[in-house]
Design a protein around this ligand. Structure first.
Ligand SMILES: NC(=O)C[C@H](N)C(=O)O
Length: 329
């Protein structure tokens, strides 16, 4: 039996594949241009290029995430030993989490990108692709769900976030750090896989609209009412451990009472939501008592995708975010 590994390389666009600027709109090269030449390819890996999308990540839609999830699922069904997805970095953390919701990843699925385009000095794309291929070829990574490999670090979908807007070391996992790294074309895992799974019990194409509101000093209930009138559910990046201003709290309770799920996350990049430490209007205790849903340690954009795809598949918000002070599992 051959020990060679067959890895799908799925391109979606982003800085990693941006073609030299022209007078026309920005263009992206496909997976063929990202495939390492034979002499630069990690040993024992056969790369199978596939183009899924061609977009800056700011243009990604929930429909695009569904298209990508379908492409990844097909490659796994074709018997690939692993899948690498190249992607723009701005929303990379959302796409990796969406794949965790939508794809039964029985083999490693690794996302990567670049901060410097191929025509800038010191482009980081080729090294990131090479490290991602190495990681995707190691079956030990399958149990971690979809991961991000960037600057030789391995990050899990639930925790990874873009921390810097321009540096090549752009990604981190504030709560726990990377779970491993790649060196000399070898994957080294430092920590075990995250507990539980993000995979939804059932999935379907996106059909719901979910709004996102960022709490801040002086943000009151009027903003929530305006956003909620246009969506099926609302996610709030609340203050600290799950608090909002009294006025915003009252508005959120009204929205929930009217039948639109309201999901509370924290605008802090690390730490848990509380359940019974603070009391009074706008406190976590009051918001939980009023039936708002708490998303554990998920960031607001990721909780939004969980809400959007979960509700689209007919899963009630209470099942997506079980009432518990513990992180969403
Ligand atoms: N570094 C990048 O890929 C940024 C780009 N704007 C994108 O997200 O598509």
């Amino acid at each position: 039996m051959s020990s060679r590994r067959s890895i799908a390389l799925i391109a979606t666009g982003g800085t990693i594949s941006v073609a030299p600027p022209t007078a026309d709109a920005q263009r992206h090269d496909g997976a063929g241009a990202l495939t390492p030449h034979a002499d630069a390819s990690p040993e024992g890996i056969d790369v199978v290029p596939r183009d899924a999308l061609s977009s800056s990540s700011r243009r990604m839609t929930p429909g695009d995430l569904w298209t990508l999830a379908t492409a990844v699922t097909e490659e796994i069904a074709h018997g690939r030993d692993g899948v690498v997805v190249t992607h723009g970095t701005d929303t990379l953390e959302e796409t990796v989490y969406a794949l965790g919701l939508l794809v039964d990843t029985r083999v490693p699925v690794v996302l990567t990108g670049a901060m410097r385009s191929p025509h800038l000095a010191g482009p980081d794309g080729p090294a990131n692709v090479r490290a991602a291929l190495v990681a995707a070829a190691d079956p030990a990574l399958a149990r971690y769900g979809p991961t991000v490999v960037f600057q030789d670090e391995v990050h899990v979908a639930r925790l990874v976030t873009k921390l810097h807007s321009t540096r090549v070391a752009a990604f981190g996992s504030p709560a726990a750090g990377p779970v491993g790294f790649v060196a000399e074309d070898r994957l080294e895992l430092l920590l075990g896989p995250p507990p539980g799974t993000d995979l939804l019990a059932r999935t379907g194409p996106p059909r719901t609209r979910v709004g996102l509101l960022h709490a801040a000093t002086g943000i009151d209930g009027s903003a929530a009412g305006t956003i909620a009138s246009d969506v099926d559910a609302l996610v709030v990046a609340a203050l600290g451990a799950g608090h909002v201003s009294p006025s915003l709290g009252e508005a959120l309770v009204r929205i929930a009472d009217a039948g639109k799920p309201v999901v509370i996350t924290s605008r802090c990049p690390d730490g848990a939501l509380l359940s019974h430490t603070y009391g009074g209007a706008g406190s976590e205790t009051e918001l939980r008592r009023a039936g708002l849903h708490f998303a554990g340690m998920l960031s607001a954009p990721k909780a939004r995708l969980r809400t959007l795809f979960g509700l689209s598949a007919g899963i009630p918000a209470g099942d997506l975010f079980p009432a518990s002070a513990r992180p969403a599992r």
